[in-house]
Design a protein around this ligand. Structure first.
Ligand SMILES: Nc1nc2c(ncn2[C@@H]2O[C@H](COP(=O)(O)OP(=O)(O)OP(=O)(O)O)[C@@H](O)[C@H]2O)c(=O)[nH]1
Ligand SMILES: [Mg+2]
Length: 389
């Protein structure tokens, strides 16, 4: 992923070579807020009453009628794009667009009216087969280089063989697709998913969100989508995206409010590291609220899932635990992974030398890996319980 790492390191090194450590600190803070303030907009459109609002609510984790949720009654059709985001997680915004309809529909006029450039991708929903208007919209999106997905909703009410070639071809309306130079059946089929808007854990719901996350660019937008919709993300992709920022976190911990730590030969901002690891724990859904919510889904007490966690810091996270773990990695003094090689010359110039940042990188890297393994163990446990029912 290119997150302009080379430019970032260049700016840090330049300030450091002039002895301006406070300027490096400001640059590090600015880089973090650039990442944290990234906003991603996603469009949801389709014919009337196909489930646009319900689809958005399920992505956001809203219950029907809850504060902030998209209204789903028959009298709630939107006439202009309506934005929705999760409270406390404003970085991804899903917009319900006015329905596409009518013989006078013009895809270019429609996209202009909804400000096409704003969105990283489009979900085009239908609860039957895709109409000429939907294909025209997709064709125009492909022409302007926007990713789109055809989503067949209400699959829970539909035929059992929803993955059959014949079903897919009927829903995609191959005859219509053939009329558009920018669309072909192979490409369209690869961007076709069947969902029930009421169930994120069934049919292709996760797959269509993960496709959006995977195919989004620039990389910072992809990262923001993975982070804000972490509960729907592929865990490996989430981990890989988080890894990119580990050296930045290590530098932060070395130069912004570092404190002496018992036996540690350099200073570190342990409180900051604690918060980083706490974030990892939330992202991999290893915190108590997430575990108890997921345990309810399988009708089991929370300990059935929490017993699967093997990493001590995922079970009980304290600042003292973070300091001890950091000391361990400092004593082992293993070189950082090759993927961070670009950072090494700059890390060597830090006040605590390369050892400080390298040990922090190893600590955070290991936590990410172990938390992801725990998350997979929990996932497997849930599947086993469901199979046994
Ligand atoms: N069984 C089933 N019902 C669904 C599904 N998606 C939506 N519905 C129902 O379909 C109805 C319409 O859903 P909405 O989410 O309001 O659809 P919409 O496209 O936003 O509708 P308008 O904004 O009015 O055009 C509601 O009663 C939903 O509960 C689905 O996947 N399966
Ligand atoms: Mg609606």
């Amino acid at each position: 992923m290119d997150l302009e790492i080379a430019g970032m390191i260049g700016r840090f090194s330049d300030a450091m070579s002039h002895g301006r450590i406070s300027e490096v600190a400001s640059l590090v803070k600015a880089e973090r807020s650039r990442v944290e303030s990234m906003m991603v907009h996603v469009a949801v459109t389709g014919t009337p009453r196909v489930g646009k609002s319900t689809f958005i609510n399920s992505i956001m984790g809203f219950k029907d009628g809850e504060d902030g949720a998209a209204p789903t009654g028959p009298t709630h059709q939107v006439t202009k794009p309506a934005p929705y985001s999760r409270p406390g997680s404003p970085s991804s915004v899903f917009w319900e667009l006015p329905s596409i309809r009518g013989p006078s529909f013009s895809s270019s006029d429609y996209l202009k009216a909804v400000e096409v450039d704003k969105y990283v991708g489009f979900f085009i929903l239908s609860s039957m087969w895709f109409t000429w208007e939907a294909a025209a919209l997709a064709s125009e999106l492909r022409r302007v280089g926007k990713q789109f997905y055809f989503i067949r909703t209400k699959i829970d009410l539909g035929p059992p063989g929803y993955r059959d070639k014949k079903f897919v071809e009927d829903v995609l309306n191959v005859f219509t697709i053939g009329h558009f130079a920018n669309l072909d059946i192979e490409y369209t089929t690869a961007h076709f998913f069947c969902v029930s808007c009421h169930h994120v854990d069934r049919f292709d719901f996760l797959e269509c969100i993960q496709a959006l996350q995977r195919n989004s660019s620039p990389p910072l937008q992809k990262h923001a989508l993975l982070l804000s919709l972490y509960y729907l993300a592929n865990k490996m992709e989430l981990k890989d995206s988080m890894r990119e920022f580990i050296p930045l976190s290590a530098v932060y911990s070395c130069i912004i409010d570092p404190v002496p730590v018992e036996q540690l030969p350099y200073q570190a901002n342990v409180h900051f590291l604690y918060n980083e690891i706490r974030l990892y724990r939330v992202l991999f859904e290893l915190d108590y609220p997430a575990l108890s919510k997921r345990a309810k889904l399988i009708h089991r007490p929370t300990f059935v899932l929490s017993d699967e966690i093997q990493t001590t810091m995922a079970r009980a996270l304290t600042e003292k635990g973070v300091s001890e773990e950091l000391l361990k990695w400092t004593e082992i003094n293993v070189p950082v992974s090759h993927s961070y090689v670009k950072w090494i010359p700059f890390l060597e110039t830090l006040p605590g030398g390369k050892l400080s940042a390298a040990s922090i990188i190893r600590l955070l890297d290991t936590m990410l890996q172990k938390f992801m393994d725990d998350a997979y163990r929990i996932q497997r446990k849930m599947e086993d319980v469901l199979k046994g029912e």
